[in-house]
Design a protein around this ligand. Structure first.
Ligand code: EPZ
Length: 417
């Protein structure tokens, strides 16, 4: 499952180029299934979630070539209604997008077992609500839920009771070629939702309003391929920003989507970070950090995917901070290994109280999920002594060339299979 060995204490200095967005890349890869022809995707990070999506496309008869380190060439001409291996779909949440793609392309979707980080339950009921609004029929069998669209998907009105990134993306994929007009109300607004709409529109779709809470899709009969570059990964940028602050370093994030990080940058600015921001770069240094109170929220609110990393920052601040996690019912599994490195924090419902002035000490711990693992790396980078972080397979799902980037910034880190 992989391990990192980190000797803490080095101040990280230098610049790091932010990768293409993991969450855009996996969504666009699955969305390419409803297009016909050749798609070139650029700035795709070399991470295991992307490689698993490539394996899913190939299992359906597509060909995917890596024509450069971060450039993929996808050909869907050989696509067929094959069986997708469950051992692939259960590895990540992005496999839920197969629901919209398979219904659109083949008119049916066998039970999709989608996975993803363990935040308690991760239901698909809103994905199914959306598909039913477009005319799909859901059958619950002992092997799961199977969706079919006997008369093909048709435009309809989808009204989400809560913000859901995945179901918003799935709705756009399913509606892109559904006959008629689809209105998605209560849509989530994350940047990668706009990315998927931009990709599909480049392929000939007619999707308007992505990034707002109402999206209108005029179905088209056919989609061709295109040449598309995914947006930068705001969560990777935020993660490296916390590492600069935690180690008392001086990191410049290049290719950083600064405008997407406003809620996060406002919080660390209030905590005392010194930020020099340009259009697509941010340089971060700090002296001492003050505490903060944060509520995670759907975009453009404070990103839930920067909650664990920010908790480590708050532990280093001089005072008591709180994080209220409003997006996922239980995103607190990462606390146990962090406590083993010195964190003092108490949970009450969705609220986490973090006691500052922590001096982390090295230890051997296990990553629990993608962003919790990134938080453990942050604690180990500023800890006294050596840390061993096991199960780094979780971290490799979303951070490309992670050890190389950290070593280039001066971190004392090695990896072990
Ligand atoms: C996406 O997950 C991201 N994953 C997550 O990033 C991210 O944390 C999350 O959006 C929120 O921003 C990908 O893009 C692959 P949701 P998703 O649907 O789509 C509930 C990372 O670290 N809900 O917006 O699963 C759900 O339980 C990962 O990169 C339902 O109740 O998130 C949650 O409480 C982790 N029924 C809330 O909505 C549904 O059918 C938001 O979930 C769907 C969701």
């Amino acid at each position: 499952m992989g391990s990192y060995i980190i000797n803490g204490g080095a101040a990280l200095k230098g610049s790091v180029t932010v990768q293409g967005s993991k969450n855009s890349s996996v969504a666009v890869l699955i969305a390419s299934l409803i297009t016909d022809g050749i798609t070139i995707l650029r700035d795709i990070p070399d991470i295991s979630d992307v490689n698993d999506c490539i394996a899913i496309l190939c299992s359906l008869g597509c060909t995917v070539e890596k024509i450069d380190k971060n450039v993929l060439k996808i050909n869907t001409s050989g696509i067929g209604d094959g069986k997708i291996p469950v051992e692939l779909t259960r590895k990540m949440r992005a496999s839920s997008y197969l629901i919209g793609a398979m219904l659109s392309r083949f008119g049916k979707c066998e039970s999709i077992i989608s996975g993803g980080c363990d935040f308690g339950s991760r239901p698909l009921d809103l994905h199914i609500l959306a598909m039913e609004a477009l005319g799909a029929v859901c059958l619950t069998t002992e092997s799961g839920q199977t969706l079919s669209a006997p008369h093909s998907l048709r435009g309809g009105e989808i009204v989400f009771p809560i913000k859901t990134v995945g179901a918003t993306i799935n709705s756009m994929i399913a509606a892109a070629k559904a006959a008629g007009t689809t209105v998605i109300k209560g849509a989530a607004r994350e940047p990668h939702i706009r990315d998927v709409a931009d990709y599909l529109n480049l392929c000939g779709a007619d999707i308007r309003g992505a990034g707002s809470d109402t999206i209108i899709v005029h179905g088209v009969s056919k989609l061709h391929g295109c040449d598309f570059t995914v947006c930068p990964d705001m969560i990777e940028a935020g993660t490296f920003i916390t590492y600069s602050l935690l180690t008392g370093g001086d990191i410049t994030c290049l290719n950083a989507p600064v405008n997407q990080l406003s809620s996060f940058l406002n919080v660390i600015d209030q905590m005392g970070a010194k930020l020099i921001t340009k259009e697509n770069s941010v340089k971060v240094t700090s002296s001492s950090l003050s505490p903060a109170c944060v509520h995670t929220a759907p975009y453009p609110g404070f990103p839930t995917d920067l909650h664990p990393q920010t908790a480590v920052l708050m532990a280093s601040a001089n005072g008591i901070s709180t994080i209220c996690e409003t997006v996922f019912k239980n995103r607190f599994h990462y606390l146990e290994p962090l406590r083993a490195l010195g964190l003092t924090a108490t949970e009450s419902g969705c609220r986490l109280t973090i006691y500052g002035n922590t001096s982390f000490t090295g230890g051997e711990v296990r990553a629990t999920d993608l962003r919790g693992g990134a938080a453990l790396v942050g604690a180990a980078l500023c800890a006294h002594g050596k840390s061993v972080i096991n199960d780094t397979v979780y971290i490799e799902r979303g951070y490309s060339e992670f050890v190389g980037k950290l070593r280039a910034l001066g971190a004392e880190i090695t990896e072990r299979e």
